[in-house]
Design a protein around this ligand. Structure first.
Ligand code: ADP
Length: 607
């Protein structure tokens, strides 16, 4: 048997055969029952009816005889013979239907006695005709009546005989019925049970391999070890199981290849991480160390074997790095990368920590990778550059001051009058020297700021006063250029802790730029407000504005917006220095679009 279809079909055929057997047996039982009932009616009922009719005819004949004796009526003689005819008809019927053993004898008795009874009626007639009514009565009593009784008895015996036989047949029929019911019930029960058992066993045989297949498929889904399944059938499920086993074989080969590949990839990645020159530390969710590379071992004086599995702080004594890793592990990603210093014997190392979370498929942080970018060399270079600039600036300042003094002296006519050309040249020299001095001074400030040598003198000040003092000097210059300068501070502002000179320098720089990059008829408005925990100073002009792409760049060194024609050339360092000053105060500086046109410089100072 090969296919599932054939198997299911054979179960059906088997069950249909059982139903067929039950049906045949039931039909046979009904047939037997029918036969038993038929026998009951056919064999005895006819005889009973005949006997009853015979008795009736006999009674009537007897009555006719009695009437005949008393009345001598033609009618009674006719009635006697009519009933005789009826009796004989019934007798013939009864004789044709002899079923019981003793019935034949009874029948003979009835025939013989009845014949004599008939004859006795003839004699009765003769007696009455010859001897009269009284003798006829006597003859009736002595001869006829005993014959009547004997015929009647025999008829009654026939009736009883058949009644008894009928009861016996009824018992037989009941017995047969009972037997048939028992037989049919037992057979049906046996067949139902066997049908059930065979169906269950057969269905199990079909379904078991399917279950094995489902189990196998589930084990692949859950990723547990792939196992081949036993093939027990040759049907479609068997074929499927065979294909499944082929697939498992291929999967196992594929998995082994994949695992090999994964291990190779992992080793490669590990080798890459280990060979990175910057220190790398990988921690898990509980801030335990999972991996450190050679560079980390060198920088923190640790050994990987000893620290793996330990808590970060147990192995690496650096609270700042730990705090950063902790905050990233908690999901806080907005940590600013501030420089971290690590002291090793005599040298100081500078690092920028780059910390990135590792996510699982559900986007949960499961660990953190920390790469410490070594900027010690860069710092040293910057220091050298700053020192160099500061030395050069310092050295340039003295000769530049003498040049400016010289050109100013020449232009004041103190040592002789210059002709027009000479004045022009000297003025250009004066202007350039002053610009150069400004650049030198700015560079000096910047290098001081960058190297941290700039000393800040913080004190509490009223920002309104600071702004008003700064702006005072610009009213005339602005008016000369046809520009309207306003100071618009409406609310009472709290004192703020600042280095007054630095903030004045920032305000001066922004207002100078404002005047520089506006034309006659424009406006400059300076205001200050309190917002959250900050004082916000806003300088808004209606000048030429700053293109979007320059809004961040103008705070970088020497950046000036191209194609801007200005009367006075600048250094491109003013906003860079201003930004550094504001940063030192813990605030921020940025530029936005003016409300209508122009630009809007804003800086904040923390309260
Ligand atoms: P400087 O003014 O000496 O050139 P800054 O650092 O102060 O240097 O400014 C850098 C550049 O930013 C300026 O050269 C100018 O192009 C642009 N800038 C600054 N302020 C304004 C302003 N209010 N309107 C238009 N451009 C400005």
């Amino acid at each position: 048997m090969s296919s599932i279809k054939t198997k299911i079909l054979s179960i059906y055929i088997f069950l249909i055969s059982l139903i067929f057997i039950v049906a045949i047996v039931s039909i046979y039982s009904l047939y037997n029952l029918n036969k038993a009932v038929d026998g009951l009616i056919a064999s005895n009922y006819k005889s009973i009816m005949a006997a009853t009719d015979m008795l009736d005819s006999l009674e009537r004949q007897d009555s006719s005889e009695l009437i005949y004796i008393q009345v001598e009526d033609e009618k009674s003689i006719r009635s006697f013979y009519e009933n005789q005819k009826r009796f004989i008809t019934c007798l013939t019927k009864a004789k044709d239907n002899i079923t019981e053993n003793s019935e034949k004898r009874v029948m003979n008795d009835i025939s013989n006695n009845y014949m004599r009874y008939i004859e006795s009626f003839s004699k009765l007639q003769q007696t009455k005709n010859t001897l009269g009514i009284i003798e006829a009565g006597n003859f009736y009593n002595n001869e006829v009546y005993p014959l009547f009784l004997s015929v009647k008895e025999s008829c009654e015996e026939l009736l009883e005989l058949n009644e008894v036989a009928m009861f016996a047949s009824k018992e037989d029929a009941s017995h047969t019925t009972r037997n048939q019911i028992y037989f049919t019930a037992v057979l049906s029960l046996t067949l139902i049970v066997s049908g059930l058992v065979v169906s269950i066993l057969y269905t199990k045989k079909i379904v078991d391999p399917i279950h094995a297949l489902i189990y196998g498929i589930k084990s692949i889904k859950t990723g547990s070890k792939h196992r081949e399944i036993e093939i027990t059938t040759k049907d479609e499920v068997g074929a499927l199981a065979n294909e499944f086993n082929n697939m498992i074989k291929r999967l196992t080969i594929y998995d082994e290849g994949n695992i090999r590949k994964l291990i190779t990839e992992k080793n490669k990645s590990l080798a890459i991480v280990k060979s990175i020159s910057d220190p790398v530390i990988v921690t898990d969710n509980n801030l335990n160390i999972i991996l450190v590379n050679k560079s980390s071992e060198r920088v923190f004086d640790i050994e990987e074997e000893k620290v793996v599995g330990n808590h970060f702080l147990e192995s690496i004594d650096n609270k700042r790095i730990f705090d950063k890793i902790k905050s990233i592990t908690k999901g806080d990603c907005n940590e600013e990368n501030q420089v971290i210093t690590i002291k090793k014997l005599e040298e100081v190392l500078y690092y920028i920590p780059n910390i990135a979370p590792i996510f699982d498929n559900e986007k949960n942080v499961i660990g953190v990778v920390t790469v410490l970018q070594d900027i010690t060399g860069v710092r040293e270079l910057a220091q050298m550059k700053s020192d160099f600039i500061s030395t050069i600036s310092h050295e340039l300042r003295t000769p530049l001051t003498s040049i400016i003094m010289g050109t100013e002296l020449l232009l004041t006519d103190g040592i002789g009058k210059l002709n027009e050309d000479q004045v022009e040249i000297t003025e250009a020299m004066d202007e350039d020297s002053k610009l150069l001095l400004t650049i030198v001074n700015d560079l000096l400030d910047l290098s001081k700021l960058e190297s941290g040598k700039m000393v800040m003198k913080f004190e509490y000040a009223n920002i309104r006063k600071v702004i008003e003092n700064s702006i005072r000097y610009f009213y005339d210059v602005a008016e000369d250029k046809g520009i309207k300068l306003y100071c618009n501070i409406t609310e009472e502002l709290p004192l703020v802790r600042i280095d007054m000179n630095k903030i004045i320098s920032v305000i001066n720089n922004i207002i100078t730029n404002g005047i520089k990059f506006t034309k006659s008829g424009d406006k400059i408005n300076v205001s200050a407000i309190k917002e959250n925990n900050f004082i916000k100073v806003i300088v808004e002009d209606t000048g030429i504005g700053i293109p979007v792409e320059y809004r961040e760049k103008i705070f970088d060194k020497f950046v000036q917006v191209d194609q801007v024609e200005v009367s006075e050339r600048g250094t491109g360092l003013g906003l860079t220095i201003s930004k550094e000053f504001i940063k030192r105060h813990g605030g921020e500086i940025w530029v936005e679009n003016g409300v209508n046109s122009g630009s809007r410089f804003i800086f904040t100072l923390p309260l």
